[in-house]
Design a protein around this ligand. Structure first.
Ligand code: ATP
Ligand code: MG
Length: 417
């Protein structure tokens, strides 16, 4: 491996901190051979210190974006304005970002101006938390950790780089990131130091300056986290969750969340189980959640505390399918376990209607239209409710229902509730 430009901050020898990776080596080698400095930075260094395999490797370099593009065959100018170029190497992609010095955070979101820099120290100083502000010189095996991130990692402390209040007021998204990083998954909770703890509360109004899409991206990861009940409860107490969703949730709900699997919509339905559906709608609209999330959260919310009756089990099971399990888990977490829900699991789901329009037309003389469609629905409902499996049973059903009279709009549908 070629050694590139030496960093302007001291490093500690830490051989093989990052597992051997040929695609990564290639990118670093090309940059270093040309005489630039290039380091693995941020999340990947943090994950490697924790003994976890990084999902991605971000690289920072003294080369300008144009120089990065010139140095490689296959590049995408992902965020060229902010100095980021995606470089393809082997089967991997790497985000290569030019070192920067930034001036001003006028809107609390993005730096007003980005200037290319050549100091790794300055680049690290504008990162959010000490554990994310480390860089690794792969060729020399040097860890650059000017803010003591490694020690904080080892002690399980979440600390801002520099003054917590100032860093959060520069970029409100860091508030969300702080809560996300508190959750160390299997390893428990990272406690923010006292300065960061109070800054999170004092700066929560900054969240209003961040686009809701970015807030939502972080919130999803928080809700799906292993220790979501603890982190969300803290966000609620800190007034941060209310600043995001517009409602203060009752304390009692958070321990119950710990009983759920990592199912985003189920967790949201449970979190909002104390609110009426209109309020849930307001929250989901405010968060601009994807359509699928919107409808599933509302559906699961409507199921809570609404078990099927004994006579409805087959219909309920066929309509809900696998969501019967979700319903059961939700009710159990809320201390509303209902044996009928579990009993419904013995019945089939994904049932197909035994008869089609032609079969009905032959026997009734009906022509295609609304009435025919609704009669088919009605027969299908009877089939599901009674567990019918052959056509002779359907013939009998057809003879017993008064389909010749009444308004088809009032006929039963094969749906629960
Ligand atoms: P993940 O494992 O989720 O990817 P990450 O720390 O790599 O975590 P990224 O969003 O990929 O998070 O960001 C890469 C690095 O960029 C971070 O480690 C941090 O150093 C820096 N960073 C990201 N967002 C911010 C921010 N809002 N303010 C300051 N630094 C940031
Ligand atoms: Mg990352």
């Amino acid at each position: 491996m070629e050694e590139g430009l030496l960093a302007d901050v001291p490093g500690v020898i830490s051989p093989s901190l990052i597992p051997k990776n040929e695609d990564l080596e290639h990118v670093l080698n090309v940059l270093c051979t040309t005489g630039y400095g290039a380091w693995v930075v941020g999340g990947a260094v943090r994950d490697c210190i924790l003994g976890e395999l990084p999902k991605e490797y971000d690289i920072c370099t003294t080369a300008t974006p144009e120089q990065v593009i010139e140095s490689f065959e296959d590049t995408i100018p992902t965020g060229i304005k902010y100095g980021t170029v995606t470089v393809k190497s082997g089967n991997s992609m790497f985000e290569v970002t030019t070192l920067r010095t930034e001036a001003g955070y006028g809107d609390g979101r993005r730096p007003d101006e980005v200037e290319w820099g050549s100091s790794l120290g300055v680049d690290l100083s504008r990162r959010d938390f000490t554990m994310n502000a480390m860089a690794y010189d792969y060729a020399r095996g040097l860890l650059h950790d000017p803010f003591g991130g490694k020690l904080d990692l080892e002690n399980g402390f979440l600390k801002a780089v520099g003054d917590s209040g100032q860093r959060l007021s520069e970029d409100g998204l860091r508030i969300m990131r702080a809560y996300r990083f508190m959750d160390r998954q299997k390893k428990g909770i990272w406690l923010p130091d006292s300065e960061l703890s109070s800054a999170l509360i004092d700066n929560r109004a900054m969240l209003a300056m961040v686009s809701i899409e970015r807030v939502w991206n972080e919130l999803v990861r928080i809700i799906n986290g292993e220790n979501a009940s603890i982190v969300l409860s803290r966000m609620n107490d800190d007034g941060v969750l209310p600043a995001i969703i517009g409602y203060h949730l009752s304390k009692e709900i958070f321990p119950k969340l710990a009983k759920l699997p990592d199912d985003l919509e189920a967790r949201m339905a449970l979190l909002f189980s104390g609110l009426i559906i209109e309020d849930v709608t307001v929250i989901l609209e405010r968060l601009k959640v994807p359509k699928a999330v919107f409808s599933r959260v509302k559906f699961l919310h409507s199921l809570i505390g609404n078990p099927p009756k004994q006579t409805e089990l087959r219909l309920y099971r066929n309509t809900l399918g696998i969501e019967v399990v979700t319903h059961s888990i939700l009710n159990e977490a809320l201390g509303k376990k209902n044996d009928l829900i579990d009993k419904a699991l013995q019945y089939p789901t994904g049932i197909e209607c035994l008869v089609d329009g032609g079969w009905i037309m032959e026997r009734t003389g009906l022509k295609p239209g609304i009435k025919l469609g609704r009669l088919k629905d009605w027969l299908f409902r009877i089939q599901i409710e009674r567990g019918y499996s052959d056509l002779s049973q359907m013939e009998t059903a057809l003879c017993t229902i008064p389909w010749a009279n009444g308004d088809p709009k009032d006929w039963p549908r094969p749906k629960w509730p």
